[in-house]
Design a protein around this ligand. Sequence first.
Ligand SMILES: [Zn+2]
Length: 568
Amino acid sequence: MYDLVLRNGTVIDGSGAARRVADVAVQDGKIAAVGEALGPGKREIDAAGLLVTPGFVDIHTHYDGQATWDADVTPSSWHGVTTTVFGNCGVGFAPVRPGQSSYLINLMEGVEDIPGTVLSEGVKFDWESFDDYLSALDRMRRTVDVAAQLPHGALRFYVMGERGADHAEVPTEAEIAEMARLTEEALRDGALGFTTSRTTKHRARDGRFTPSLSAREAELLGIAQGMKRAGCGVLQVNSDFGPGEFEALDAAAKLAGRPLSCLLVQVDAQPKLWRETLDQINAVRRTGRKANAQVGSRPIGVIMGLETTAHPFAGHRAWLDMRKLSPEERYQRLVSDAELRRVLTEGKQEPNPRAFMAEAFDRMFPIADRPDYEPDSKDSIAAIAQRTGRTPHAVALEEMMSRGGKGLLMLPFENYAYGSLDVVHEMITDPASVLGIADGGAHVGVICDASSPTSLLTLWGRDRTRGPKLDLEFLIAKQTRGTAEAYGLMDRGLLAPGHKADINVIDFDNLTLKRPEVAYDLPTGGRRLIQRASGYKHTFNAGVETMQNDELTGKRPGRLVRGAQTAG
Ligand SMILES: [Zn+2]
């Protein structure tokens, strides 16, 4: 007798193979059999007409802090995700010396837009070494599996002290040796990779660039020696890919003998650079070495509303004057004060970094009940303003004030230089790509792309109208086996005997991604964007049901994953 049998579902097993109607049987947390007319189970679920897929593996998140206080790791767990990997992009919380967490909070707050008060309240920092951090993660029973990587920023600060926070400071030979030793140790203790950042987009809260920005060859190669000695782990990088950067990172991966994983987006300033980088990655692959590009399946969408971090009025004097008001008081003021609305929408703003792309009205779109991740320029705020003879500022404010002040705009700021997702199509169909920019847990007041696994299926598998769609078999393999394999998690991402029973049962015809919302549910009432979906009938982690009809069940079979895994 099996523990669980899912009967007659449409099985898409994660390998990319064609779907088939079959039963899936689970025993002791693992897939026991996939086939026709399997024997009875203690629990049986009629999955006829529903998709049965592996649980989704999200390798690009920033739950380093959240995973220490939130056993559910939402929003990812609402979107069929059963494994999340964090510690990406060179930022994270271990190793850390006692009493020195404030710099790491400052860095995470600036780079990933997670409020410092939330982190200092929420994260206990009752660890020092990377292994201690893993042990702290291991103590919590959770909804999803989690795995962590060693971030360059934390490592540098740990070894070099305050000097390490300054990217222009060069470590001594002894310091490089120490970084290499700690990298080797962390990988042996279960870090899935070593991560670094070379992007000027990343600044600490205090304005300083991310500490690994210009790390020199000697430092990168020194750390690579540590990776080589450990003989495991991925080198994950976030880089602007300026001249020579790819070569430097690739040299480190080559020396380490480990896979290179590069975050890849299309940026407006150099809309063809991603193609060059992808060509470089493919050239590395042709030599037989492992390298991949972590790509998104939709634009990186900045969400703008009265309660979010960035919006067209965020830098306006009259807006800043209201900063002491609660969201509700501010909304009431806007409703009742026509003069205030006039002043705000006049369009005269002081330069302010918070007013991110504040005037890009041709790139701003109202978010409907069912968000459209490939909006057409004819639906932009600028186009609406032109059609209706108003100013774009007035249209934007009206949209944000709609729905009782909960109206939202989306500004696709990366992967959208040409106003469509044709570029993303090219990225995700490239054999060198893996999915990985959902960024769960990060940029919580600005973006909400942790829902990407859901829009991957709805947008590319069903709803796209502005270009070709993609087969569900391909899409699901991309979010399961493809991502799992990129990190050596060979025990999951595939519905085959001996693999972990991480399973989604999805009502695909009715799978719907809802509007993002602003919630105040972080520690100290901190604000974040969240987004729900409907259509996830069941999600299982190790055979235990963690979600039913889009609601978490409260069961917590999720564990820390230490290091690469083998099936069976
Ligand atoms: Zn990242």
